[in-house]
Design a protein around this ligand. Structure first.
Ligand code: G3I
Length: 383
């Protein structure tokens, strides 16, 4: 199945064309494989897309995304507050466009996300009685998952249900439905979307305590006879602190449960932040000292970023039989949520493409692992 999909998504031209924003001049890199070409026999390479990109209103991304990526995840538009804004009203407009975009460009779409405590619409957050909440929960999953059954490749069925110590996160889902809400979400998704892969997705689940909690959760779903196909390790990590040992252990332990492993929201923080993860409720006050690279990234940091990405992709390749997708959380640095979190208004550099959508040294390192020299040097010249 995976092989068929990879063959299908890789049937594209090998040459790369980038637009230089300053000159609008095309720079062609003929002969150099793109990310999805380079990794076509290993795993899917994905990106989160914002609504401008889904609607192809961002011309640089419109060119770059189909060249570079074989998978995509909507960054926001399938979250409950957007797709299900009122009790009886759904807004499928952008989600339908996402599906059409994937079909047009042979990009596999991962739905994100059916059940998440964040970005819930106000009416849902304010439901008081358990029966009404159950009705919302059932309707939400069933309506959305069945609409896209057979059209969408996979769903993050439940997102971020765990605390750092591996216990269940306090949320309206836990409060109204109890511990079993995760299993019940998968049961409903399985029924509504029998042709769609179903995943659990979370950040920091490579860390031992939270990983143990995720393993307990997954075993519980399996013990109930409910299908779960994979786990998404989000992968919001920090420069020079990539937890390679924990990531490797996690790939081994999760895949031992008989499920696939994905890295679903990859980015590397280069700015100061004292905590790891992606809890959107954590905020830090703005301060110029926390935003030191407004005019560009120093070479030493750029190089460290490249080395970190190279180490990560080496590890992913070592486990390519278990890892089925690596998705970056954003196309290019200017799109990244890390420009606004946890400190608003910073200039961050967490991805493989810069603000002009041009490939960074980290890109060449990642491509270089799949070219002859293995160092990235041979991929440098054509660009
Ligand atoms: O939609 C409103 C818009 O109407 C308004 O004008 C604008 C003004 O700020 O805000 C818009 O909403 C923003 C939304 O993104 C869409 O752009 C929210 O303020 C902003 O908080 C929200 O941030 C998203 C965040 O999830 C919120 O939950 C990020 O873009 C998105 O990258 C991030 O993604 C999450 C994953 O879903 C789950 N894992 C962690 C990851 C990073 O936080």
């Amino acid at each position: 199945m995976k092989i068929n999909i990879l063959i299908c998504v890789s049937a594209v031209a090998i040459s790369v064309t980038f637009i230089s924003c300053s000159s609008s001049k095309k720079i062609t890199a003929s002969g150099t494989p793109t990310l999805k070409e380079a990794y076509k026999n290993d795993f899917l390479i994905g990106s989160a897309l914002n609504s401008q990109q889904i609607e192809e209103k961002d011309s640089s991304a419109a060119r770059l995304v189909p060249e570079q990526f074989s998978a995509a995840t909507p960054e926001n538009i399938m979250k409950a507050e957007i797709i299900h804004p009122q009790w009886a009203n759904y807004n499928f407009d952008l989600a339908d466009k996402m599906i059409a975009y994937g079909k047009k460009h042979n990009i596999l779409i991962n739905g994100h996300t059916l059940i998440w405590h964040s970005q819930l619409p106000a009416y849902a957050r304010n439901i008081k009685d358990v029966d009404s909440f159950k009705t919302f929960f059932n309707n939400h999953i069933t309506t959305i998952a069945s609409r896209y059954n057979g059209k969408i490749y996979s769903w993050d069925v439940v997102n971020e249900a765990l605390n750092e110590d591996g216990t269940m996160r306090k949320s309206i889902f836990l409060d109204k439905l109890g511990d079993d809400f995760v299993t019940e979400a998968f049961r409903l998704a399985q029924k509504a979307a029998p042709d769609t892969k179903l995943y659990y997705n979370d950040y920091n689940i490579e860390q031992p305590k939270k990983r143990a909690g995720a393993i307990t959760l997954i075993k519980k779903i399996q013990a109930a006879g409910v299908r779960i196909d994979g786990v998404g390790i989000q992968g919001h990590w920090h420069l020079n602190k990539i937890p390679l040992k924990e990531i490797e252990e996690s790939i081994q332990e999760f895949s031992a449960l008989g499920i696939k492993v994905m890295f679903t929201e990859l980015d590397i923080e280069v700015l100061k932040r004292d905590f790891q993860g992606a809890d959107v409720s954590q905020r830090v006050a703005s301060n110029p000292e926390l935003n030191p690279y407004v005019n560009g990234l120093p070479d030493s940091v750029q190089q460290q970023l490249a080395n970190d990405y190279e180490s990560l992709f080496k590890l992913f390749l070592k486990y390519k039989d278990k890892v089925t997708r690596v998705t970056f959380w954003g196309v290019a640095d200017g799109n990244s949520w890390l420009n606004g979190w946890p400190v608003r208004g910073r200039t961050n550099y967490p991805l493989l493409f810069d603000r002009q959508y041009k490939p960074k040294p980290a890109y060449y390192k990642v491509i270089g692992l799949k070219t002859n020299s293995g160092s990235g040097e041979s991929a440098k010249k054509p660009f």
